[in-house]
Write a protein that binds this ligand. Structure first.
Ligand SMILES: C[S@@+](CC[C@H](N)C(=O)[O-])C[C@H]1O[C@@H](n2cnc3c(N)ncnc32)[C@H](O)[C@@H]1O
Length: 400
């Protein structure tokens, strides 16, 4: 059988390629395209045999696309134009130009691809760019379905709510097709239940696989659901958390359908000392941190600023597991700085390592970074990437 020819646009470190390997090992990435030099180094390191085009997508001509004769497109266009708190420049943001270029060329291809998968942030679903995409797909005869999914629906203890679109031509219509709705769980998780839900008009509802934090974003949520705590409304019971939030966290931590964070962690070793939060960050941000233990079954979205900016960029790990968080924070604001720091230090808080984030994202252990890529750069690249298992599952659904 001839391999499925795949074009990977905005390839970054190759999350899509990794997902393709997992779900469709007979496929071949005929070209990966990205302008970012550093991301390209990581991509080459892991997929040395794949033709990597280090150029802008808007610089690719119809003839060049034509020559690739691709059957499938996987793409994660830049998300900044669509983030809820960004300027939402949408189609007028220069970063959308390359995507619009691709959409303009697609109907002109002599041989259209059969499959397309697009990933973006929550927010894309209400953009004009999405309208253009849907119009182009309709004009090219694609059937499509949209999703809003987080790795938590696969039992992975990490929230990363993302928009996905699956589209295909000349295939049976998707059995779960609900074009006017955005599905919030995998249809193949339990097709029977799903069909029952559909009959009851519940398809498209936000499912229980999403945490409340994902269902209704907190006020002033950052690009990835991060929050500006100054606008949160009390009364706060502990840290800056309301009783409702604490309850939610507790119920997440007892949801046995989700794995424990401990399954994704490296063994504690000396080099981890570089990941401990510095005193300045502890004193300044302690109240805003999302603190988790290895036994927890949740973590917040790791964004590209993780390890550099503290607030709202991802959870931090409490490695002194026997210390009671409540006892550390009790009346802490009344203490002098030195004492405050002493108490906070007993928690032994550290950042997740890049390897641990890669584990949560589903990258296999043989996926690595070239040595010269710094820790901060790794966080940045991983923050832009995606959950491999989730996309692998979507590719399987796409291929039917
Ligand atoms: C959201 S990230 C994609 C991440 C990727 N899926 C991964 O797993 O790492 C978007 C990528 O698009 C690239 N990019 C942005 N604008 C581009 C353009 N005009 N042409 C080519 N690549 C572009 C960025 O360098 C970035 O790596």
């Amino acid at each position: 059988m001839a391999p499925l020819r795949v074009l990977e646009l905005y390839s970054g470190i190759g999350g899509m390629h990794q997902a393709l390997k997992e779900s469709c090992p007979w496929a071949e990435v005929v070209a990966a395209v990205d302008v970012n030099t550093l991301a390209n180094q990581v991509y080459k390191h892991n997929f040395p045999g794949t033709p990597l085009w280090a150029k802008t997508i808007e610089g690719i001509t119809l003839q060049e696309f034509e020559r690739l004769s691709f059957d499938m497109v996987l793409m994660s266009p830049p998300c900044q134009p669509f983030t809820r708190t960004g300027l939402q420049g949408d189609v007028s943001d220069p970063r959308t130009k390359s995507f619009l270029h691709f959409l303009r060329l697609l109907p002109r291809l002599q041989k259209l691809p059969t499959y397309l998968l697009l990933e973006n942030v929550k927010g894309f679903e209400s953009s004009a760019a999405r309208q253009e995409l849907l119009q182009t797909l309709a004009a090219c005869g694609f059937d499509y379905q949209e999703f809003l999914l987080s790795p938590t629906c696969l039992g992975i203890p990490n929230s990363r709510l993302r928009y996905f679109l699956l589209a295909r031509r000349h295939q049976d219509p998707f059995p779960f097709r609900a074009p006017a709705q955005i599905l919030t769980r995998f249809p193949d998780q339990n097709l029977e239940d799903f069909l029952k839900d559909e009959a009851a008009g519940r398809v498209g509802e936000v499912s229980s696989s999403l945490s409340p934090e994902e269902k209704s974003p907190v006020p002033n949520a950052g690009p990835d659901g991060s929050s500006d705590s100054s606008s949160l409304k009390g009364p706060f019971l502990f840290k800056l958390e309301t009783a409702e939030e604490m309850e939610r966290k507790q119920s997440q931590d007892t949801d046995c359908s989700v794995q424990m964070l401990g399954d994704f962690l490296e063994e504690e070793y000396e080099e981890h000392s570089q990941y401990f939060l510095p005193p300045k960050s502890l004193l300044r941000y302690a109240f805003l941190l999302d603190i988790v233990k290895p036994s927890c079954r949740r973590s917040t979205c790791f964004t590209k600023g993780y390890g550099h900016y503290v607030e709202g960029t991802g959870s931090v790990l409490q490695t002194a597991v026997d210390v009671q968080l409540e006892s550390v924070f009790k009346h802490i604001e009344e203490l002098p700085e030195e004492e405050k720091l002493r108490k906070l230090s007993t928690l032994k808080l550290r950042y997740f390592t890049p390897r641990e984030i890669a584990n949560l994202h589903g990258f296999p252990l043989d996926f690595g970074f070239p040595e010269q890529v710094t820790v901060r750069q790794r966080y940045r690249l991983l923050g832009n990437s995606l959950n491999v298992h989730l996309v692998a599952r979507l590719i399987s659904i796409l291929l039917g």
